[in-house]
Design a protein around this ligand. Structure first.
Ligand SMILES: [Zn+2]
Length: 77
């Protein structure tokens, strides 16, 4: 499918992406999210089902599979 961004000649391709979302005052990371990603500009499209699933995961109280290091940009040097 042709990219929906104006003047971008790219095509979307099926990929898996990672997203970090806020859950209250903490951040949770969700990986292996199926998405359509433009091979030129990187625009990402999710299906409505995927967005629903992400929203459900954002509310989850289940323990995470693992935890990850978290850095602040301004302090990462
Ligand atoms: Zn594009």
């Amino acid at each position: 499918m042709r990219c929906s961004i104006a003047d971008c000649p790219g095509e979307y391709e099926q990929r898996e992406v990672v997203r970090a979302v806020h859950q209250g005052d903490r951040i949770i990371v969700i990986e292996h999210i199926p998405a359509e990603v433009c091979d030129v500009c990187g625009d990402v499209l999710f299906t409505p089902e995927t967005i629903e699933r992400l929203e459900a995961l954002r509310q989850t109280t289940k323990p995470p599979i693992r935890t990850v290091p978290l850095y602040k940009f301004a302090e990462s040097a």
